[in-house]
Design a protein around this ligand. Structure first.
Ligand code: ZN
Length: 152
């Protein structure tokens, strides 16, 4: 029995499951923030809708098209930060961006809900697929309502 391989298979299942049945996949109206995120290298595009209640994310949802990694990441992201304070969400974004930074040899693993996507660290071109939803959330929190691109 190969535990590493089993874990990899489990992660693959998680990613496929989320990409086939993305959570919070809908248009949210009304929304306080609507931001479009685009990863031109892969063609991933998501529209993120945020509804705020003071300093809290009351609800969020997304629509979009793209590869399984980008869709799974967006699905997991919405589940991770829903009902969280903006400060918490900001910390979570920083944590994810740091863990997916392949130039960080110290952080060889991705922890938490996004662990299933940690395998992309070995494929720099796919890291942007995994972080697109988080960059888009960051833009939404910063009230940057222009289209956000991974190519900046
Ligand atoms: Zn992609």
């Amino acid at each position: 029995m190969n535990n590493a391989r089993e874990l990899q298979a489990l992660y693959r299942e998680t990613v496929l499951e989320h990409s086939r049945n993305p959570r919070n996949f809908q248009r949210l109206t009304p929304a306080d923030r609507v931001v479009v995120g685009h990863n031109p290298l892969c063609g991933d595009k998501i529209t993120l809708y945020l509804r705020l209640d003071n300093n809290r994310i009351e609800n969020l949802a997304f629509e979009g098209t793209g590869c399984a990694i980008s869709m799974a990441s967006a699905s997991i992201m919405t589940e991770s930060v829903k009902h969280h304070d903006l400060d918490e969400a900001q910390h979570e974004i920083a944590r994810i961006m740091h863990q997916f930074d392949s130039t960080n040899p110290d952080d060889a693993t991705v922890e938490g809900d996004m662990a299933a996507l940690g395998g992309v660290r070995a494929f720099p071109s796919r890291i942007k697929c995994a972080t697109l939803a988080w960059k888009t959330l960051e833009a939404a929190l910063q009230e940057n309502t222009q289209t956000t691109t991974t190519e900046k």
